[in-house]
Design a protein around this ligand. Structure first.
Ligand SMILES: CC(C)(COP(=O)(O)OP(=O)(O)OC[C@H]1O[C@@H](n2cnc3c(N)ncnc32)[C@H](O)[C@@H]1OP(=O)(O)O)[C@@H](O)C(=O)NCCC(=O)NCCS
Length: 183
């Protein structure tokens, strides 16, 4: 999906630029996936599970940018990529075409500045423009910051998936299923 770059002022007074991820961002995205997976236990993959080459990521970005029903936005502060937010179809059948899944992850040092609110706000506005009627996500039930962000932007918890993630130490985390109407 097309997206015109936007900018917001953060709680610390800095400017955050939001633009679509492009093929030139492939290495930046790879570094970001691995680093953020190391920084939090709240994501579904271990850092080494992003086993793509920069060329494969470039191809993924090219493919996504050609679709009207998907968008991957990047946020930048002082020229540095600080996080990403996206929407994709929730499923692939015609009967589920009105539902998208959304996601957002920031580098830890940029939490709490309002970037999540701005970035997810843009993701949701674009998902609505793309024709989606409902946004959905799974979040670890212990992820207070993300749940706070989602509730602030109007998501409601509609269910729980017990033991949704299993860590290498044998412990589990439940997922909350959260939904927001875009109508
Ligand atoms: C979740 C995440 C994207 C939030 O982004 P953020 O930029 O820190 O969020 P914001 O600063 O915009 O805060 C938005 C709201 O979330 C809530 N919030 C933020 N941090 C919180 C915390 N530690 N505890 C409870 N609520 C919190 C507040 O309601 C806040 O609103 P306010 O600023 O008006 O008080 C960020 O913490 C992150 O990237 N975490 C790691 C990856 C992750 O867990 N992603 C979600 C996977 S489902």
């Amino acid at each position: 999906m097309e997206y015109t770059a936007n900018q917001v002022t953060l709680k610390n007074g800095k400017t955050c630029v939001i633009r679509r991820g492009e093929e030139k961002d492939a290495q930046t995205l790879l570094d970001y996936w691995e680093a953020t997976a190391r920084e939090t236990r709240n994501l579904a993959r271990e850092p080494e599970e992003y086993g793509l080459t920069p060329e494969e990521v470039r191809e993924l970005i090219r493919e996504k940018n050609g679709l009207d029903e998907a968008l991957n936005l990047l946020a930048f502060v002082d020229g540095r990529c600080v996080g990403s937010g996206a929407f994709n179809p929730a499923d692939d059948g015609s009967r589920t075409r009105h539902r998208c899944s959304v996601g957002i992850v920031l580098y830890r040092e940029f939490w709490g500045l309002g970037i999540g609110t701005a970035l997810l706000g843009e993701v949701l506005a674009c998902a609505r423009k793309a024709g989606y009627e409902q946004a959905e996500l799974n979040v670890a039930s212990t992820n207070a910051a993300a749940i706070g962000l989602y509730e602030k932007l109007g998501f409601e918890t509609v269910g729980t998936i017990p033991r949704a993630m299993k860590y290498r130490d044998g412990s589990y985390a439940d997922f909350l299923l959260m939904v927001k109407s875009l109508l």
